[in-house]
Write a protein that binds this ligand. Structure first.
Ligand code: NAP
Length: 247
C-alpha cells in the first residue's frame, strides 16, 4: 500500500498534495510549524520537527511510508539533507520538488549574486542607500550588529524572533505582491538596494521588476547546495507522475 510523505511548507508541496488527494493516493504532508497561520495542504497534515535523521527514519517506518517528496523551500537545507539520509538508510525512493530559481529571469545578469548573507551585506554597503531586506527572519541576525545604527527596511511574514534595532522599519505581510505595489513601497521608503535570496517562483518576484523600473540594484543570495543523486522535478504534475511511476 502506497503512503507518500511530502515535506512541505511551500506552494509546490500544497499543489502536489492536492494532485495526490485527487488521485486517491494516500499522502501525509509535514510542516515545520514555524508559521502561526500556515496555508494548509489538502489531506492529512502533521506539524513539527521529527527530531533529526533518526526521528524522521522512525516516523517513516512507523507510518509505513513508501516514498518521500522533499518539497521544502530551496533555503531549507537541513530538512533536505535529513530526508536524503533517512531515505538512504531505509532504501526509500526520494524525490526533490523545487520551483526553478531566478537564474533565468531576464534581469538576472544585472544582479549581484553572492553565496551568503554577509557577502550580500558587504555588497549593499559598497552600493550605499537604504537596504530593503527580503531574505526572511532567520537571516536577520547576520545584519543586526553591523547595521544596528542605520536605516534598514525588512519585510517579514512572521514577527522577528528577537528585537530588531530601533532604526529599522519592519513591514509585515505575505505575498503574492504586484509590481505597482512593490514600486510604491520602494519609493515610499527611499530604498537604495534590494537584498533577496533566490527563492524563485511568482509569489515574490514582483520586487525584481519594481527594482529594475526604479534603477534599484539587486543583490541575490544563491541557493545552498542540495544532496547529490536525488531525482529532481520542478512542478507538482511531474512529481505526481513520479509517484505514479513507483506503482
Ligand atoms: N528557509 C526559508 O527561507 C523558508 C521559506 C518559506 C518556507 N519555508 C519552510 O519552512 C520550514 C522550515 O524552514 P527552515 O529553513 O527552518 O528549514 P531547515 O533549516 O531545513 O530545517 C530545520 C529543522 O526544521 C524541521 N523541519 C523543516 N522542515 C520541516 C518539515 N517540512 N516538516 C517537519 N519538520 C521540518 C526539521 O527539524 P527536525 O530535525 O527536528 O526534524 C529540520 O531539521 C520548511 O518546511 C520550509 O519548507 C522555509
Amino acid at each position: 500500500m502506497t503512503h507518500v510523505l511530502i515535506l512541505g511548507g511551500t506552494a509546490e508541496a500544497r499543489d502536489l498534495a492536492a494532485h495526490l488527494v485527487a488521485q486517491g493516493v494516500p499522502v501525509t504532508s509535514s510542516l515545520a510549524g514555524r508559521v502561526s497561520r500556515p496555508r494548509l495542504p489538502e489531506g492529512p497534515v502533521r506539524v513539527g520537527g521529527f527530531g533529526g535523521v533518526g526521528g524522521l527514519a522512525a516516523w517513516l517506518t512507523e507510518h509505513d511510508v513508501t516514498a518521500v517528496v522533499d518539497a521544502t523551500h530551496p533555503f531549507a537545507g537541513t530538512m533536505g539533507n535529513h530526508a536524503a539520509q533517512a531515505c538512504s538508510r531505509l532504501g526509500l525512493p526520494l524525490l526533490r520538488l523545487a520551483r526553478p530559481g531566478w537564474q533565468d529571469h531576464p534581469d538576472a545578469g544585472d544582479w549581484t549574486w553572492v553565496t551568503d548573507h554577509v557577502a550580500a551585506r558587504d555588497v549593499a554597503d559598497a552600493l550605499g542607500g537604504t537596504p530593503f531586506v527580503t531574505t526572511g527572519r532567520q537571516t536577520l541576525h547576520h545584519h543586526t550588529g553591523a547595521w544596528a545604527g542605520r536605516e534598514v527596511v525588512v519585510r517579514l511574514v512572521e514577527p522577528p524572533a528577537d528585537p530588531l534595532p530601533a532604526a529599522w522599519t519592519v513591514l509585515r505581510s505575505r505575498g503574492p505582491y504586484d509590481v505597482a505595489g512593490e514600486r510604491e513601497l520602494m519609493r515610499t521608503h527611499g530604498i537604495g538596494v534590494l537584498l533577496t535570496k533566490d527563492s524563485g517562483g511568482r509569489y515574490t518576484e514582483a520586487k525584481l521588476a519594481a527594482a529594475r523600473d526604479l534603477g534599484v540594484p539587486v543583490v541575490v543570495v544563491s541557493r545552498p547546495p542540495r544532496p547529490e543523486g536525488v531525482t529532481a522535478v520542478e512542478d507538482a504534475t511531474a512529481a505526481a507522475a513520479w509517484v505514479a511511476s513507483l506503482g
